[in-house]
Design a protein around this ligand. Structure first.
Ligand code: ADP
Ligand code: MG
Ligand code: ZN
Length: 534
């Protein structure tokens, strides 16, 4: 939430009474909002009333709201429960698949499990054991090196578990890996974007895969046609509670959405690329606004199949030619958070495996070693790709992309960085220089091109490359330099002698080529974790 006034954070001590009452007012507005949400949830799913006391809202995303509740157990003591209320427009198969991941793979090895599930009409609530957890940003710079080792180890334990079941999580990031520092407890949550590998053991994931390929970057864009009608009337998995019947024949709002889906050559459903029209229109009108400078940095990824048949050289100009416009948009699952997406996801490689979760784990590790979060701050995929290039090298990225069938054009060559030097530089700056002395975030955390020209790839890439100076790439953190000073006394321990194994593992996680990227199982056996008990 925004600070009420720009200066209030800088002079918290001599804040005027008006600020305080404004804060109190905002607090009360928020509280009454939460109260209203809780009442609405009780109304939507009345079964909850007799079982839970809902205390607070602890998470609100685009696709769900999560509440803290208590349940009265027979023996008399209360148990804390997390209630995840999925937005009613979520696809029923999607919901059922999320639940199946939790029920089949969850409940052990640092993977969150399920206690109950409730449904009324199109409202589904998943009840899970509550794990109190830290905010990653709050603790990032106070973690000891040993804690970082434990954190990563436990993340790989969870990933090994789900990958064994053929689950690709697709949204591995700190807010989906709950960490209770005091209890040393960990839990991977949120299978809302999960997909199955070819041989997945999660039945329902076999069906979300093909659908996910119609969707663009949002998991909520289920348009029109829903295949596998038979599936919708399948019984819920055995393990689920009686009350759970997310099979639904409920009428849903997306049924009214009119988007054309057409059958691709290979039998896959393909969303017709409306976006291309929009882009071309924008390009035409904005043509004069695009500087020739922007043209120096053009990157375009094209499917190998396209380039083999049709060639053009419109990447040299500021227009998209008719050959390119007539190309079918390549469909590939593209969900997740840009800063954590693997290169094969960013380039829409249709063959995506569990390796994409390992990349995301690598990005988390990079944050832990450098003390910067989020490390990559990109609002879109091409910016994210350009940022990856500035760390891993442009030639290396292009080379790797070739291996998975993508060609990337990039006019500016950037060298790969040494990971140890990079992390030490960022971390060193962190601990020895007071954050206030580094200077305000200013325009560095903001990518003007990205927000002004959201549809214009060229300018975005150029912007990302032009500002590839370190400061702009890795957020110090979104709310500034002031709030999370490094606790030097308790945690310098270990940081002065980070072993090479750490950077070797990081290098293997951030392997640009998914085929050679380290697996969770292999990561657990990496020398970095030697003498860690499992
Ligand atoms: P979304 O799909 O909206 O991201 P998540 O499943 O990731 O939903 O949950 C959102 C947030 O709610 C999490 O980041 C976490 O803070 C909190 N949360 C989710 N599950 C639990 C749980 N079992 N215990 C404690 N907190 C949880
Ligand atoms: Mg989440
Ligand atoms: Zn072209």
């Amino acid at each position: 939430m925004e600070e009420p006034m720009a200066f209030s954070s800088l002079r918290g001590s001599d804040r005027c009474p008006a600020d305080d009452s404004l804060k109190k007012y905002e607090q009360s507005v928020k509280l009454s909002g939460i109260k209203r949400d809780i009442e609405e949830l009780y109304e939507a799913v009345p079964q909850l009333v007799s079982v839970f006391k809902i205390k607070d809202k602890i998470g609100e995303g685009t696709f769900s709201s999560v509440y803290l509740a208590t349940a009265q157990l027979q023996e008399g003591h209360e148990e804390k429960i997390a209630l995840k209320h999925l937005i009613p427009t979520s696809h029923p198969v999607r919901i059922a698949a999320e639940l199946q991941c939790l029920t089949v793979a969850g409940g052990q090895d640092n993977v969150m499990g399920v206690k109950y599930c409730f449904r009324k009409n199109d409202h589904v609530v998943i009840a899970m054991p509550y794990l109190e957890h830290e905010s990653f940003l709050d603790i990032l710079n106070s973690l000891s090196f040993q804690e970082v080792r434990e954190y990563m180890y436990n993340l790989f334990v969870a990933l090994k578990r789900i990958h064994q079941f053929g689950i690709v999580h697709r949204d591995v990031k700190p807010s989906n890996f709950l960490y209770n520092r005091r209890l040393k407890k960990y839990a991977l949550v949120d299978f809302g974007l999960a997909q199955g590998t070819r041989d997945t053991k999660i039945e329902l994931l076999k069906f979300v895969q093909s659908e996910a390929q119609q969707e663009d970057c949002s998991r909520n864009k289920y348009h029109g046609v829903v295949g596998h009608k038979g599936l919708l009337s399948r019984p819920a998995p055995k393990t689920m509670d009686q009350q759970c019947t997310p099979k639904t024949s409920v009428k849903r709002s997306y049924e009214n959405t009119q988007v054309h889906i057409k059958q691709g050559k290979d039998g896959k459903l393909i969303k017709q690329s409306k976006t291309v029209d929009i882009i071309s229109r924008k390009l035409a009108t904005k043509k004069t606004a695009i500087s020739t400078k922007a043209m120096n940095s053009v990157m375009r990824e094209t499917a190998r199949s396209c380039t083999a048949v049709l060639t053009c050289d419109c990447y040299r100009s500021d227009r998209v030619c008719s050959v390119c416009l007539s190309r079918q948009q390549q469909v590939a699952p593209r969900a997740g958070t840009p800063g954590f997406r693997a290169p094969e996801v960013l380039t829409k490689c249709p063959d995506q495996t569990t390796a994409i979760d390992m990349w995301s784990a690598g990005v988390i590790f990079l944050s832990l070693l450098s003390g910067r979060y989020p490390f990559y701050k990109a609002s879109d995929d091409l910016t994210a790709l350009a940022q990856i290039m500035t760390i891993r090298g442009s030639r290396e990225t292009i080379q790797a992309a070739k291996a998975f069938g993508k060609s990337i054009l990039c006019s500016k060559e950037v060298p790969a960085q040494d990971l140890r030097a990079l992390c030490e530089r960022l971390r060193g700056l962190d601990s020895t220089t007071p954050r206030s002395a580094i200077g305000p975030p200013g325009n560095t955390s903001h990518d003007p091109a990205a927000s002004e020209n959201p549809d214009h790839k060229t300018s975005r890439v150029q912007a990302a490359q032009a500002q590839y100076s370190e400061d702009s790439l890795y957020e110090r953190d979104s709310d500034g330099y002031r709030s999370h000073p490094r606790d030097c006394t308790s945690n310098s321990e270990g940081w002065d002698s980070v072993p090479d194994e750490a950077y070797d593992l990081l290098d293997k996680l951030l392997d640009l080529n998914p085929a050679s990227r380290i697996t969770a199982e292999a990561a657990l056996l990496h020398p970095f974790f030697k003498d860690m008990c499992s």
